[in-house]
Design a protein around this ligand. Structure first.
Ligand SMILES: Nc1ncnc2c1ncn2[C@@H]1O[C@H](COP(=O)(O)OP(=O)(O)OP(=O)(O)O)[C@@H](O)[C@H]1O
Ligand SMILES: [Mg+2]
Length: 240
């Protein structure tokens, strides 16, 4: 059974239809990649799924129940969480504070701290727990974003460009964390522009262009799809 079903979801901003009648489903335990040009509607789609924006139409079904209209914290409590493309960093917090705050969704303070410590170790930031997020390298900031999601103990995580700005070598650590979590039963939907990363990480891909789903398939099928090349990449080679 699909853990998530996005059904004909649309969202308009004034005269602009940012997301137009998009449907897809996500199987439990898979990594679904979502790609598309800048402004295609990927982040808006994540906001619609996670309750940060209401859709103008359509439905979002998570674990068999519609979650449309529910606030983000209730959706997170049900097990669906997202990362933010634009990272907000509170300067007077440590890494441990930031992850503990996320863990407070499901635990009282003492247990939340213990949970946060465990997750920070899990993503490989154990030695940075008492540093401020602002002092972290970009790669570690990305790992912190993943840790904040994981600390809410979700079943499904939406990751919005968590690899952006990293070199291919630097993506290996966050990718391993994601794969290990998936092997432990977590499900991911990942928006990513770095093509080799998304191609190697994703089991299946959805392509969004001008708010619409233009293709869906395995990474190999997507690479070979002429429609995708035109809609998304223009003359670019997918392997670049
Ligand atoms: N709150 C908003 N109000 C008005 N327009 C918005 C709002 N959020 C997004 N848009 C517009 O909707 C469209 C889709 O934006 P969105 O951020 O979802 O794209 P994206 O695929 O995530 O792009 P990127 O790859 O650059 O992150 C864009 O034209 C954007 O300007
Ligand atoms: Mg975006």
């Amino acid at each position: 059974m699909a853990i998530l079903e996005v059904q004909n979801v649309s969202r308009r901003f004034g005269g602009l239809t940012a997301v137009s009648n998009v449907s897809f489903s996500v199987e439990k335990g898979e990594i679904l990649g979502v790609i598309g040009p800048n402004g295609a509607g990927k982040t808006t789609l994540f906001s619609l799924i996670s309750g940060f924006l209401p859709p103008n139409g359509g439905d979002v079904v998570f674990k068999g129940q519609s979650i449309v209209g529910q606030p983000p914290h209730r959706i997170a409590k049900r097990g669906l969480t997202r990362s933010f493309q634009v990272v907000q960093v509170f300067t007077d917090m440590t890494v441990l504070d930031a992850v503990t705050t996320a863990a407070l969704l499901n635990h009282p303070m003492r247990a939340a701290i213990a949970k946060a410590e465990k997750v920070i170790d899990q993503v490989g930031l154990g030695h940075k727990a008492l540093e401020t997020p602002a002092s972290l390298s970009l790669q570690d900031k990305k790992l912190l974003e993943v840790a904040k999601c994981v600390a809410t103990e979700p079943e499904l995580i939406l990751l919005d460009e968590v690899m952006a700005g990293l070199t291919l070598a630097e993506t290996q650590a966050p990718l391993k964390v994601i794969r290990d979590l998936r092997d432990a039963g977590m499900t991911f939907v990942m928006v990513e522009h770095v093509m080799p990363v998304i191609m190697s990480a994703a089991d299946r891909m959805v392509v969004i262009s001008f708010g619409q789903k233009v293709a869906e398939g395995s990474p190999a099928e997507i690479v070979a799809d002429e429609k995708v090349r035109e809609a998304y990449f223009g003359e670019e080679d997918l392997h670049d």
